[in-house]
Write a protein that binds this ligand. Structure first.
Ligand SMILES: N[C@@H](CCC(=O)N[C@@H](CS)C(=O)NCC(=O)O)C(=O)O
Length: 226
């Protein structure tokens, strides 16, 4: 199998965290760069891999390309069932999937905030203060759902699951790249984030400095404080 990934993007990061936690080392990793200037992106290469032009993409080695991170996580869970990162019972698996969906929605809404409001995206999208504000509010409301559903010590109880990988990839990215802290009314998520950040498998990433300089400080840039 081959995994096409992007070193610091929040969707590919779900897979990097998962593979590290799972201890999977026999999947070939191909790192693709997305430079700051979109005209330098490897568009033809991406188009061949995935009609969505997005990463991650898993080549399963038997003629199939999977172009959505959650589908890849679920597929790998079936191929590498140990340690179990989905859940033992139907209820536990349903709750893991529910939490994955909550943090996936939060990731999409965060994307709206960042796309429409961040200086790092200036020139790529027409900025809209109103759309940025809606994205920020919906992002925060999804985190609050995650807070309400949080079981502990991991998001879905005693087992670290794919929901922790999806949530960690998001919260780390918004904190470290955009300077957006976990909202004060999400203390469980905040404590979980600090605790998991210390895990050897979750060591922080290096972001391209030129982009970090533009991105960091999204609340100040958009005047939206959660
Ligand atoms: N829903 C997709 C989203 C993937 C995604 O948007 N990846 C970003 C990198 S973090 C990307 O490839 N963006 C380039 C583009 O959308 O053109 C997934 O879960 O895999």
């Amino acid at each position: 199998m081959k995994l096409y990934n992007f070193p610091w993007g929040p969707y590919p990061r779900r897979l990097s965290l998962y593979l590290a936690e799972k201890g999977i080392a026999d999947i070939e990793r191909i790192e693709v760069e997305f430079p700051h200037q979109p005209d330098l992106w490897p568009k033809d290469f991406l188009r061949k891999l995935n009609p969505a032009h997005s990463l991650p993409v898993l080549d399963t080695g038997n003629g199939m390309l999977i172009g959505q991170s959650i589908a890849i996580l679920e597929y790998l869970e079936e191929r590498y069932p140990n340690p179990n990162m989905l859940g033992e019972t139907s209820e536990e698996r349903a709750r893991t999937r529910e939490l994955v969906a909550v943090f996936d929605e939060a990731t999409s809404f965060f994307g709206l905030w960042a796309r429409q409001g961040s200086s790092v995206n200036a020139g790529r999208h027409t900025p809209s203060a109103e759309a940025a504000r809606v994205g920020a509010e919906r992002f925060a409301s999804k985190l609050r759902v995650g807070e309400a559903k949080f079981v502990g010590p991991f998001i879905n109880g005693n087992r670290l699951t794919i929901a922790d990988c999806v949530a960690m990839a998001l919260i780390e990215f918004v904190d470290q790249f955009y300077g957006v802290p976990v909202p004060a009314d999400c203390p469980k998520l905040s404590e979980w984030y600090l605790r998991l950040s210390d895990r050897e498998t979750m060591q922080s990433l290096r972001y391209p400095q030129e982009m970090l300089d533009l991105a960091y400080g999204l609340p100040e840039q958009t005047q939206v404080f959660l």
